[in-house]
Design a protein around this ligand. Sequence first.
Ligand code: GUN
Length: 279
Amino acid sequence: MAKIIDGKRISAEVKDECKERVKREKLDITLAVIQVGNDPASTVYVGNKKKACDYIGIHSLSYELPEETSEKELLELVEKLNSNDDVHGILVQLPLPEHIDEDKVIQTISPKKDVDGFHPQSVGALSIGQPGFVSCTPAGIIQLLKRSGVEIEGKECVIVGRSNIVGKPMALLMLRENATVTVCHSRTKDLKEVTKRADILIVAIGKPKFITADYVKEGAVVIDVGIHRNENNKLCGDVDFDCVAPIASAITPVPGGVGPMTIAMLMNNCVEAKGIQEA
Ligand code: GUN
């Protein structure tokens, strides 16, 4: 039976380190959080981000804008926050309403305040090994692996999913850690053949319980990024935990695996943002 990689414990560790650093260095940090409209899932995420800020000692400024907010109004707010030296991080919760161009909004956030790591400059820096903010979920997965004692260097890593937020930055981070990296997606032929090569299998495809035991090599480390709610209101991931856990050497559960790491790494990025702006 696989070792369970405890994202709750590891995220608490990361948050406590941030909290300690904020206290020790007497850091005065402010994160601006913008939500447009009232998508219920976004409201939960934004609430959790604000709670984490409170816990660590980071000020959060909350902008809850109505669904009808125009793109121009949102861009003006982002620009105002860019030029406010008292604001160190800017987070625009996605998805945005359809009439707003997400890419345009992301590109307007100052790369120095891009704590989500979504700005093309942040992504470009990651791809050429330069310092910059890293997208929180993949950065959190690296922490899960390292803090669980999983060696990455020289390992075969297969990533299922190629999104800008998870799959692509994940591939770049695993390359940076000297893994051999393969990225699969919906058009990959013989997906099972490829995933079965993985020493470390990272799954972010958005399909509940898609990865069953026949996709997984005996002894692989399995990281599940998916989160879904089934008909009984129970949470599950992209991996069929019950059938994969017996053959994996380590696995993340859902809930309590990758999920809690995203916010912990956001907090870490806010602390880094303060450092960058004071430098
Ligand atoms: N929506 C879902 N996940 C995220 C995230 O990590 N950041 C932002 N800004 N929006 C999201």
